[in-house]
Design a protein around this ligand. Sequence first.
Ligand code: NDP
Ligand code: GDR
Length: 364
Amino acid sequence: MKTALITGITGQDGSYLTEHLLAKGYAIHGLVRRASMFNRSRIDHLRSPGDGPGRTPGSQQGTTVAPSDRLVLHYGDLADLTSVRRLLKKVSPNEVYHLAGQSHVGLSFEIPEVTCQENGMATLGLLEAMRDLDYPVRFYHAASSEMFGSPQATPQSEATAFNPVNPYGCAKAFATQLCHVYRNSYGLFACSGIAYNHESPRRGENFVTRKITLAAARIKAGRQAALHLGNLEAQRDWGYAPEYVTAMWQMLQTEKPLDCVLATGRLCSIREFAMAAFKEVGLELKFEGRGEAEVGRRTDTGAVVIRVDPRYYRPADSTHLVGDASLARQTLGWAPKTIGTDVARLMARADWATMSEPGKSQTD
Ligand code: NDP
Ligand code: GDR
């Protein structure tokens, strides 16, 4: 039985990856950090009965993966690298999936130091800890399209130069370069998945996709009046998270370590995403510019007004981030199937199902 250590197991990707690896028969150790409230709702359904407190009743009922005693959680924190190093020694994993970190690009302008500590320096600390192990370990690093920032080529591939435009992208680029150094200098099996945006009903509520699909469900239910968004013309290459975690695992099964762009190759604007999501729950949208619309008002025709709100504009926004995943297709046989507005419809359906059937949580 293979053993995996997952940092960021309580996050969107960590939860899907855990399901994927449990189904493959792995023993899984997850790093969880202390919070004032339990924050494990995305993985509670995978924990065996009696495995400690903090379970969220009814969470993630839509999944088919059974609870397992092959999943064990450990307290630790990226800000406390001794705890991570000790855990690594204790569980001796074959594979480490490093997904933890401050993942909000917009917020990285507000909290740049913690963003760089968690996404940059903590990854270096993990690389150092693995360098000291006396057996070979395979390492997946969650890199990002944000490293390309204002890209010098479109679409971007593994050969495109990094040109980040925010602290988050800088930290991910730093960590990715260090993975190269540890691969080339110490022979560490270190891979960076250069992932473009991937979403799901488990997406955090302050990312634009989930903010939109939750608002669609709540406005439809009469529980929310307004939806404030920032740059509606921004475009993203949006895929579906469960398909991306498959590629993460595949990258660690190859003969030689490699970096791979994980992307759909298709762009979709925030406006298009929102229209698809609202249409899915039977609502029409009308967009009005800064200061023009009464917030959240429905028009005479019943359409919902989206208010463009400068508070959600970023000091700099990445542009034309669209990936060329040819290498992943050729070496892993990986190809995403759920793309852009498909993701919007799927997420809106899930949020509306949860909203319209209280007590029942639908996740996939
Ligand atoms: P989430 O924000 O959903 O999850 C982040 C995880 O990191 C959570 O489990 C969080 O714990 C944990 N974490 C944050 N800070 C610390 C810390 N100091 N110590 C321990 N754990 C910590 O992100 P995603 O699942 O969406 O993304 C996973 C990784 O992939 C991230 O590194 C992200 O930057 C990267 N990425 C994501 C993409 C996407 O589109 N989703 C695209 C490209 C890269 P807690 O639950 O306690 O908050
Ligand atoms: P992103 O995702 O920054 O691409 O990072 P996010 O959903 O936050 O923003 C996408 C685009 O939408 C625009 N936008 C808004 N964004 C938010 N959050 N809230 C709003 O109200 C809003 N209105 C418009 C943004 O300006 C941006 O252009 C995600 C994260 O998962 C990262 O961890 C990951 O590395 C990248 O994707 C690839």
